[in-house]
Design a binder for this molecule. Structure first.
Ligand SMILES: Nc1ncnc2c1ncn2[C@@H]1O[C@H](COP(=O)(O)OP(=O)(O)OP(=O)(O)O)[C@@H](O)[C@H]1O
Ligand SMILES: Nc1nc2c(ncn2[C@@H]2O[C@H](COP(=O)(O)O)[C@@H](O)[C@H]2O)c(=O)[nH]1
Length: 213
């Protein structure tokens, strides 16, 4: 009886701390967005996506304000100078960044905030008090990564080369001990997704508990 009460109190105390945000990083084309979309679909009210700003052009099907806030370099620099960003980075010839507002919008909904950011973003978020779970999604090989990026048909030959160069750097830097809490090799999509869900189980439970109370 006492044991049960204690267990209940511990569960409530853990839930009160609130779930930690989640950072998904890894080379462009590794499968972050694919995994994230599955997570957002399966746990609609549990996770919320931190909508980044970018200066790159929208791809067909991308919606301003849902996939990214698509802005000009001048607009983004102005907001950075005004202190509105938690982190920002130059990637493959474009600026990307997470605004304070993007994270606050998700947290205001009581959802677990998921950030999809490159490795420079990871290093910069480490300097903040956000305290997320850091996950690196990686391809089984560079050749497979190149094939996935080519098949996605979103890149020019030039931007593809830039992304592959960045991928080599990412895979090297991500070996730093302690930088990531988990590395997922996204070979089989369902296996990778199961691994992601399993790692986030505790945070999912916390979020579901806090939504009940
Ligand atoms: N396990 C997998 N097996 C085969 N193809 C996959 C797998 N995971 C993702 N893909 C495909 O690889 C391509 C790249 O995936 P995705 O766009 O999710 O990568 P990403 O890491 O989000 O890239 P970026 O950082 O550029 O946004 C997509 O066309 C996706 O459908
Ligand atoms: N440091 C940040 N990196 C970000 C952010 N939003 C996205 N990204 C990363 O950029 C690349 C390319 O994305 P794509 O949509 O053009 O393919 C990818 O690695 C993303 O993770 C951000 O806010 N900050």
């Amino acid at each position: 009886m006492i044991g049960q009460r204690l267990r209940g109190a511990i569960a409530r105390a853990a839930a009160m701390q609130g779930p930690r945000p989640v950072v998904l990083s890894g080379p462009s084309g590794a499968g972050k967005s694919t995994l994230l979309k599955k997570l957002l679909k399966d746990y609609e009210n549990v996770f919320g996506f931190s909508v980044s700003h970018t200066t790159r052009q929208p791809r067909p099907g991308e919606v301003n304000g849902r996939d990214y806030h698509f802005v000009t370099r001048e607009e983004m620099q102005k907001e950075i100078d005004a202190g509105e960003f938690i982190e920002h980075a130059e990637f493959s010839g474009n600026m990307y960044g997470t605004s304070k507002g993007a994270v606050q919008a998700v947290q205001a909904q009581n959802q677990i905030c998921v950030l999809d950011i490159d490795i420079q973003g990871v290093k910069n978020i480490k300097k903040t008090d956000l305290n997320p779970i850091y996950i690196s999604v990686q391809p089984p090989s560079i050749d497979i990564l190149e094939k996935r990026l080519r098949d996605r048909k979103t890149e020019t030959e030039e931007s593809l080369m830039k992304r592959l160069t960045a991928a080599h750097i990412d895979l090297e830097l991500s070996k730093e001990p302690g930088l990531f809490d988990l590395v997922i090799i996204n070979d089989d999509l369902e296996k990778a997704y199961s691994e992601l869900k399993e790692t986030l189980q505790e945070e999912i439970k916390k979020a579901q508990e806090s939504r009940k109370s």
